[in-house]
Design a protein around this ligand. Structure first.
Ligand code: HEC
Length: 103
């Protein structure tokens, strides 16, 4: 009886701990690699992860919203229905930070 409660308590504490740790792993951009390309790095990600809900499919639509897009990707609030890996975030964020070239 008591053992069950002890295990339950430990389980709940562990779950809460894991949730807290996940929140703490905030994303920090790493732009040490090569300058990112709109065509090969950014456009495919936008088509897969954003196009269902947003009109960001052309260069001009995307560049016009670059600052907003950057902050939503850094804070992880977009894409709404998925989570990008740090590598995927880096591609978009670093492309924007390099002045979003149409390359
Ligand atoms: C499943 C639908 C969905 C997907 C996929 C999605 N978004 Fe969104 N997005 C929304 C909705 C709904 C809002 C408005 C509500 C809000 O701000 O949370 C929004 C708001 C935004 C805004 C703020 C708009 C503004 O004018 O301030 C930006 C920027 C944005 N999304 C970027 C993106 C990017 C970049 C992606 C892909 C990486 C993406 N979204 C994927 C649904 C989506």
């Amino acid at each position: 009886m008591i053992m069950k409660r002890v295990f339950l308590t430990i389980a709940i504490i562990s779950v809460l701990f894991i949730i807290e740790c996940k929140k703490d792993t905030a994303y920090t951009p790493d732009c040490s690699g090569a300058v990112k390309s709109y065509k090969t790095d950014v456009k495919p990600l936008i088509s897969s992860y954003c196009a269902q809900c947003h009109n960001f499919s052309t260069y001009s639509q995307l560049s016009a919203n670059a600052a907003n897009i950057r902050s939503r990707i850094v804070d992880g609030s977009m894409p709404k229905n998925a989570t990008l890996s740090s590598d995927q975030k880096n591609k978009i964020v670093c492309w924007i930070d390099s002045g979003f070239p149409n390359n």
